[in-house]
Design a protein around this ligand. Structure first.
Ligand code: DAH
Length: 355
């Protein structure tokens, strides 16, 4: 090793060569910096030997100077090149870490599903629109007049007790038809849209009116206080029960398959005369081959037409209402109403296929 007093070309050349060798081996900037300090820093052989040049005899100064210049340059070049390489490597690593692998499977966001109730109502709308009918939607908070009076429920008519009504506190309404002072209710039936539509759209009228209705029932396996109905109303000249039956069969087929059929059984509703229970038959039905009750229907009671200012001697009409939940319970053999009410997406996905 060169001492302060001696300029030893071999020692300093070997030392710098060892330093360059180490630079080659280094794998990060930390190591590189340490090597630089050791082989080119203030206490390095190269620095110490350089200091000796001044005291060398003149004839040796030039060679010594050139040698040291070359060694410093070699070391500096090796160092610089390595810095460049390590930086490039670091950058490549960082880029690789950020790279998006387009071949990885996508993490899909679950999209949810349409609720089967909405789907049934939409399917009913589609069917009726395809037959040239209109879709009508009345309000859920309705005057008692449209929900009962206009539909021929007399003030003390026992039929009012057929449906347990939510009254909306303190509201006295002036409705579209100008009836002041009628109580407000949460409509108990989509039939409440019948006279509304007759008054606002006139005759001839062909409407389907799907929507939410309310009754003071407790939620249990077969009841829910909030449920859905699809109402249909046709008022025109010369309509008969045969027209009603034809439409009901079309609806049964659309909802329950090509072999499904409807049957009418005499019954009573204040707003229809004659009135009938609407029974349904379809082949895949669980729980036996019999007929099952699906809804109510009938020929529009002349008093309802009169409520809308329509002359019952000129016009006749038919109407029916089916429960949307009931349609689903029957069609899919669902045993618990809770499943329809809770809105669990795993449940909905089973019924609203491909949507
Ligand atoms: N609104 C009746 C109900 O909620 C169902 C109904 C029966 C509707 C006969 C009708 C009908 O249009 O004609 O129970």
């Amino acid at each position: 090793m060169a001492e302060d007093t001696e300029f030893d070309a071999k020692t300093v050349s070997d030392d710098v060569a060892a330093g360059i060798e180490q630079i080659e081996q280094a794998s990060d900037m930390e190591q590189l910096k340490a090597i630089k300090t050791r082989y080119a820093g203030a206490d390095s052989v190269m620095t110490k030997v350089s200091r000796l040049i001044g005291s060398l005899p003149v004839d040796r100064k030039k060679d010594a100077g050139q040698l040291m210049g070359k060694l410093r340059a070699d070391f500096g070049r090796a160092f610089g090149e390595k810095v460049t390489r390590i930086k490039a490597l670091n950058e490549a690593r960082a880029l690789a870490a950020q790279t998006v692998d387009m071949t990885l499977p996508v993490r899909r966001k679950p999209l949810g599903a349409r609720h089967p109730i909405a789907k049934v109502m939409e399917d009913v709308e589609d069917l009726f629109v395809s037959m040239g009918w209109q879709v009508s939607q009345g309000p859920e908070v309705e005057t008692e007049w449209y929900d009962f009076d206009a539909l021929n429920f007399g003030p003390d008519h026992p039929a009012r007790q057929m449906q347990d009504t939510f009254y909306v506190k303190g509201s006295q309404a002036k409705d579209a038809a100008g009836f002041v002072g009628s109580n407000m209710v949460l409509r108990t039936q989509t039939s409440s849209d019948q006279v509304r539509a007759l008054l606002s759209r006139g005759v001839p009228l062909y409407i389907v009116s799907p929507g939410r209705v309310f009754r003071t029932d407790e939620l249990d396996a077969t009841h829910t206080p909030v449920f859905h109905q699809c109402e249909a109303l046709a008022v025109d000249k010369n309509l008969t029960m045969a027209d009603l039956k034809g439409v009901l069969d079309r609806l049964a087929v659309a909802m329950f398959g090509p072999e499904a059929k409807s049957r009418l059984r005499p019954s009573y509703f204040p707003f229809t005369e004659p009135s009938a229970e609407l029974d349904l038959w379809f082949p895949d039905k669980k729980g036996g081959p019999g007929w099952i009750e699906w809804g109510g229907c009938g020929m529009v009671n002349p008093n309802v037409l009169k409520s809308a200012g329509i002359d019952p001697d000129q016009y006749t009409g038919f109407a029916f209402g089916v429960g949307v939940e009931r349609t689903l319970l029957l069609r899919h053999d669902i045993n618990d109403m809770h499943d329809l009410v809770e809105g669990d997406v795993r449940f909905s996905k089973q019924f609203v296929m491909g949507e």
